[in-house]
Ligand binder design. Sequence first.
Ligand code: PGA
Length: 252
Amino acid sequence: MKKFVFGNWKMNMLRRDIEEWKDKFFTELEKGLNEKVSVCIFVPFTHLIIAKEIFKNTDVEIGAQNMFFEEKGAFTGEISPLHLVDIGVKNVIIGHSERRKIFKEDDEMLSKKLKKAIELSFKPVFCIGETLDERESGKTEEVLERQLREGLKLLNSEEIKKIIIAYEPVWAIGTGRVATPEQAVSAHRFIIEFLNKNYDVNIPILYGGSIKPENFDSLVKNPEISGGLVGGASLKGDSFAKLVKIALNYIS
Ligand code: PGA
């Protein structure tokens, strides 16, 4: 099976950092990439073109961290999916928990974003995950089911096949508190079964939340976990390359 190692740079990385990242990444990666491991980094909007230029002629793909669901109009400060298409960016994160929490993006809005992304042939990474409160009150599966059902409601099975899901428990993001492999596998199984039963699809599901080279092996070795969406550990080219090397052990 193919594995995915995706980096979410969030609101970090200037031009000189990206150049240094690239050198360290390819030095650490020695043998280079393999088509069985897909690598994409999601960079701030202003640096999409810069990153595309720096990574041209490599197998590192570049993606955006968000997009709006309308194509144009009076939406000051928003980025149209057509702006991304215009610069050749086709990977996009939809519904990251920071967008949901800080910027109040709700299930309704995310369903429209996913619809638009598919309509314009993007490869969206749709993020879902429960908060600590929700986990502790036994609501993890209920929350995942709601986020999936609502987020995917405007899409049919053929369209859902074009999505990658990222399971990112909110309590694990940026906290250093990674989900145990058992917790992650159990959530992934729930998502796999839900998608199978309701849409008859089998799509990649990435884990995200405090991934590091030290804990990635125990996660990505499981067939239920197709790879990782990585925040903090994606900011250094060498540590990100280590994650790619780990994933390369589990392709088949
Ligand atoms: P983290 O972030 O790896 O820093 O926990 C993951 C994410 O937000 O996608």
